[in-house]
Write a protein that binds this ligand. Structure first.
Ligand SMILES: [Zn+2]
Ligand SMILES: [Zn+2]
Length: 342
């Protein structure tokens, strides 16, 4: 029978459509093989083209070159020059477009997918996120910092060179505020962190766990709105991503890379987004919120029912997705399976 499941925090309902359930491997979106070279003469993020980006904010050096760079987005959604000012005219509320929009150039190699990078390099990228997250969170004009990656056209990018982004905004989004308030209400009522409780339940039940390390747990969402919607939680209670320790970052590099490699091999290099959901600066250290990463393969499209009802239909059973991903074997050391390197 089909089943409706409710998200433990957002209270949103999802239809798990068992009647038209698909095997996890039926979700593969096959794209024509494309040979990508390690260097592109036209790419502004490739080594030797550093003058084609706005002035660099940060770099992890590598000899005379670099491993990771952070630059302002040339086509930024918001401007750091604007002064944050609100205007309220009856029902119309607006604000000047203040904000910071960084691009993290993840590697000098134009062709390297994060799923195939060495674990230590993924940890380097996470270290850069943390540095910028903490720097931006200190700015009193900034309320929320969102770290995210768009990989592939269905995830919203056409740019090939491996990159991710940070956007800092002068307001906290309604969606983030709702989650914070729901978690706070739970804490007031039951005296614990709703995430810590849920992680404990997931570890006990096992069926939705994809992998668990010393510091992190990757789990398929119980009320998963789309196939393979994965959360990676720190096992230690921590409200803000900015509080992650050095050891935890090293471990997360391995867990995230392994998770992405499972998707890469299991679902044939799907487009995906990932994002870090964290308590905003004003909530650093709170006991009721717990940060996590969402990894969302983009295998289906949002259609009319979702837009009209706010409810999602998912035709892959989360427990099947977890089992499928657990069974995708990934080398511990990164191996590059690209056969065509131009
Ligand atoms: Zn490039
Ligand atoms: Zn917690």
């Amino acid at each position: 029978m089909p089943e409706l499941r409710q998200n433990f925090m957002t209270k949103e309902w999802v239809v798990i459509a068992t009647e038209r359930a698909k095997r996890p491997d039926e979700m593969v979106v096959r794209r024509p093989e494309k040979a990508v070279a390690s260097y592109s003469p036209k790419c502004p993020f490739c080594p030797g083209h550093e003058d084609q980006t706005p002035p660099e904010i940060l770099r992890l050096p590598d000899g005379n070159g670099w491993k990771v760079r952070v630059v302002p987005n040339k086509y930024a959604a918001l401007s750091p020059e604007a002064k944050p000012e609100r205007t309220i005219r009856r029902s119309r509320r607006s604000m000047t477009g203040f904000g910071v929009h960084d691009v993290v150039v993840e590697t000098p190699d134009h062709a390297q997918a994060m799923a195939l990078m060495p674990d230590a390099h993924v940890a380097d990228i996470l270290r850069v996120y943390k540095t910028r997250y903490n720097q931006l969170s200190l700015d009193p004009r900034i309320e929320q910092v969102t770290v995210f990656k768009n990989y592939g056209a269905d995830a919203g990018t056409s740019l090939e060179h491996p990159h991710s982004q940070l956007i800092a905004t002068p307001v906290i989004s309604h969606q983030v505020r709702e989650r914070l308030q729901a978690a706070l209400r739970h804490h007031d009522e039951f005296g614990d962190c709703i995430f810590c409780q849920m992680i404990e339940e997931e570890l006990h039940e096992q069926v939705r766990i994809v992998l668990a390390s010393e510091y992190f747990v990757a789990v398929e969402l119980y009320a998963s709105p789309s196939p393979f919607f994965t959360h990676i939680y720190p096992r230690r209670h921590m409200a803000s991503f900015g509080d992650i320790s050095a050891q935890e970052i090293t471990d997360l590099g391995r867990v995230l890379r392994t998770m992405l490699a499972k998707l890469y091999y299991g679902l044939e290099n799907p487009d995906f987004n990932f994002t870090i959901r964290t308590a905003p600066a004003e909530c650093i250290g709170v006991r009721y919120f717990h940060w996590y990463m969402s990894v969302i393969p983009r295998l289906t499209r949002t259609a009319g029912f979702e837009l009209g009802s706010g409810m999602f239909i998912n035709s892959v059973i989360p427990e099947d997705a977890a089992e499928f991903l657990r069974n995708v074997k990934v080398e511990t050391a990164s191996v590059d399976p690209r056969t065509t390197v131009v």
